[in-house]
Design a protein around this ligand. Structure first.
Ligand code: FES
Ligand code: FES
Length: 174
C-alpha cells in the first residue's frame, strides 16, 4: 500500500505493508534519530510528533499516519541553526549518552508549543514518558525551562518587529 504524509515539512510517498510500524518505516527511510528502545511504549526513545503531538512510533502502524505531519529530531534544527531546546540541552549537560535525547527534545517542543511558560511540574510531566538512564532528569528539566525563556524572548522580539512593520505600513499609506 501507499503511504502519503509529510516528514519534517517534506512530502513523502512510501510503499509500506499494512502491518509496518511507524518506527520501522521511519528508520528504514533513514530517520535514525527515531530510536528503537523497549518497543512496548514504555521508554519514549521512539517519540516523534504527529500533527504536533508526541507519540510512540513503536506503538503505531505507519498506515495510521496517512495524511499526517511528522516531526523527527532531524527536522528540529533550521539548516545549521540548532533549536533553542537543543542548545539548552547542550548547555545544561542534559545530553549524556544521548539515546533518550531526540524523544525528550520532541516532547519538550510539543510542551512549549502549548505552554510557553511551563512550571517545573509541567515540564516533568511532559518528559515523564521519556526514560533517561543517565541524567537523573534534573538537567533536562533545567534545559527545557531555559529554552522556554529563550522561546518567549524570541516571540516578544518577533511581536515587536511585526508591530513596527505594521506601523510603518500605516504611515506610508497615502
Ligand atoms: S521504543 Fe517506543 S516506547 Fe520504547
Ligand atoms: S542521556 Fe543517556 S539515556 Fe538519557
Amino acid at each position: 500500500m501507499q503511504l502519503v504524509l509529510k516528514v519534517n515539512g517534506e512530502s513523502k510517498h512510501w510503499t509500506i505493508a499494512p502491518g509496518d510500524l511507524l518506527l520501522d518505516v521511519l528508520r528504514r527511510e533513514a530517520y535514525f534519530g527515531v530510536k528503537r528502545g523497549c518497543e512496548t511504549g514504555e521508554c519514549g526513545a521512539c517519540t516523534v510528533l504527529l500533527n504536533g503531538k508526541p507519540i510512540n512510533s513503536c506503538l503505531m502502524f505507519a498506515a495510521q499516519a496517512e495524511g499526517g505531519e511528522i516531526l523527527t529530531i532531524e527536522g528540529v534544527a533550521q539548516r545549521d541553526k540548532l533549536d533553542a531546546i537543543q542548545e539548552a540541552f547542550l548547555e545544561h549537560g542534559a545530553v549524556q549518552c544521548g539515546y533518550c535525547t531526540p524523544g525528550m527534545i520532541l516532547s519538550a517542543k510539543a510542551l512549549l508549543a502549548e505552554h510557553p511558560d511551563p512550571t517545573e511540574a509541567q515540564v516533568r510531566e511532559a518528559l515523564a514518558g521519556n526514560f533517561c538512564r543517565c541524567t537523573g532528569y534534573l538537567k533536562p528539566v533545567e534545559a527545557v525551562l531555559a529554552a522556554a525563556k529563550v522561546y518567549r524572548s524570541l516571540a516578544a522580539k518577533e511581536q515587536k518587529r511585526s508591530q513596527k512593520a505594521k506601523r510603518q505600513r500605516q504611515k506610508s499609506k497615502p
